[in-house]
Design a protein around this ligand. Structure first.
Ligand SMILES: *[C@@H]1O[C@H](CO)[C@@H](O)[C@H](O)[C@H]1NC(C)=O
Length: 451
């Protein structure tokens, strides 16, 4: 008697323990419809009914509740991946999905596998509207292991160009790969474009062939938050536990986030000498491309060393290509000369368009200050005395020095790229943000009345 009670209790306890550790209750009648047809007896067609919410099995973590996010898994199915590592990837994707709040108004999930190309039938973002259906479809007989070369670039591009992503929400790509892509340069480029489009990129390294340099070229910064090394199997637990909460805590990356209205009056003066011209072109282009709204009251001047057309000053807001010939021979004017031109442009601008937010975006490198730093300092001071806001973009190797940084009124307007501007997405965004803030600041009241 006592032993049979004990038996009943232990069966119940065991059942509870299993109920918690398995994600699926195979006794659930709804499970049946997802079993392969061959397993069913007799074969029957059941109508697809929506599964009722099952809170007791839901593993959604608190930080992910109601999180508006589109997250896309990119799984490596190439020859260099051992099939067990492929299965580990699928299991990992299920483990992460289990912790997310899956529904069309919170988190949506996409998933593809790739080798030479993106394999057939990726799970698209709008395909499954509940977690149960999604989890049941992340499995090997639906997403079979393929072989082939590792064209990670094509996979990232596929996701990047996907039109299903929602606007103004957190967008995440989780790339799982052994790292050795066929064209590392292209892979890095596609990842960079994705990051610039406002995607966060996580990289999970699997398998025996590690390529940390490639992981770094794909992942968002800082690497310590966005790269996981699954070759260290201890990390499986870490990834399961931390990736969902990390992803859910990421704010949306708003690109094109300078919205202007016809109530904003402002003018930008881009100033750069020959040596930093390429960067100045790219960064000012970036700003124009990411500004939306009614820019009819925004003006722009390109006071760039090789841009000597008069139409490039106080022109309609547009990218430098519209006004400057990129390949005209540079004259390598000293910076102070360009600043003098900028000064007269600000004066003409005020005469033509009245009071408006005037912003000088100054690009500097190691040589810019070498010969005439005093002249430049005094020019900057006189700009600020007239209410012109200065933004300094420092692209020098050593940094232009604190003397200049201290000179500008707003310290947050000093943006330093260390080395190549490529890949420094956060700095691209802060430049856009600083320029936008300066341009759209409410124009101060209190201009002295005429007596
Ligand atoms: C990944 O983990 C393995 C096993 O711990 C280790 O040997 C390897 O150095 C790690 N790789 C990187 C790039 O961190």
């Amino acid at each position: 008697m006592a032993s049979s009670i004990l038996f009943v209790i232990s069966v119940v306890l065991l059942g509870r323990a299993f109920g918690q550790s398995f994600e699926y209750n195979y006794a659930d009648p709804d499970y049946d419809q997802f079993r392969p047809t061959a397993e069913r007896d007799p074969p029957q067609v059941r109508p697809l009914v929506e599964r009722p919410p099952q809170p007791e099995r839901d593993q959604t973590i608190e930080g992910c509740l109601n999180k508006k996010m589109d997250i896309y898994f990119v799984l490596d199915s190439s020859t260099s991946i051992y099939v067990l590592d492929y299965r580990r990837q699928l299991q990992f994707a299920r483990d992460v999905v289990a912790r997310l709040d899956i529904n069309p108004s919170s988190t949506r999930v996409g998933l593809l596998t790739f080798s030479d190309q993106v394999n057939e039938r990726p799970i698209e973002l709008n395909r499954y509207t509940n977690k149960g259906d999604l989890l049941l479809n992340i499995k090997e007989d639906i997403l079979p292991y393929r072989t082939g070369i590792t064209n990670t670039d094509l996979a990232i591009r596929y996701v990047r160009e996907n039109r299903d992503f929602r606007q103004d929400i957190t967008k995440v790509i989780v790339v799982i790969t052994d790292g050795g892509s066929r064209s590392p340069g292209q892979t890095a480029r596609e990842a960079e474009l994705a990051r610039e489009q406002g995607f966060y990129l996580f990289v999970i390294g699997v398998g025996q062939y590690q390529e940390p340099a490639e992981w770094q070229s794909i992942a968002s910064d800082p690497d310590s938050n966005f790269i996981y090394n699954l070759t260290n199997f201890l990390n499986l637990e870490v990834v399961k536990a931390t990736l969902p909460s990390r992803a859910c805590s990421l704010p949306p990356l708003l690109v094109g986030n300078c919205r202007v209205s016809n109530l904003n009056y402002g003018s930008i003066f881009y100033v750069a000498t020959g040596r930093v011209l390429d960067n100045a072109y790219q960064l000012s282009n970036n700003f124009v491309a990411r500004t939306s709204g009614d820019s009819s009251n925004i003006h722009v001047s390109y006071i760039l060393d090789n841009c000597d057309t008069p139409t490039a000053e106080n022109a309609f807001f547009a990218s430098p290509e519209q006004y400057c010939s990129r390949y005209s021979a540079g004259s390598n004017s000293p910076l102070s000369e360009l600043l003098t031109r900028a000064e007269s442009a600000t004066i003409t601008n005020r005469q033509d368009f009245g009071d408006n937010n005037q912003v000088v975006v100054l690009f500097l490198d190691d040589d810019s200050l070498r010969f005439n730093s005093d002249q430049i300092r005094s020019k900057l001071q006189s700009f600020e005395a007239q209410g012109v806001e200065i933004i300094v973009v420092d692209i020098s190797r050593r940094g232009v020095g604190t003397a200049l940084q201290n000179l500008i009124l707003r310290r947050e307007n000093y943006i330093r790229f260390s080395g190549s501007i490529t890949g420094q997405d956060q700095l691209h965004r802060s430049l856009i943000e600083r320029t936008c803030t300066a341009l759209t600041r409410p124009i101060e009241e209190g201009t002295p009345e005429e007596v």
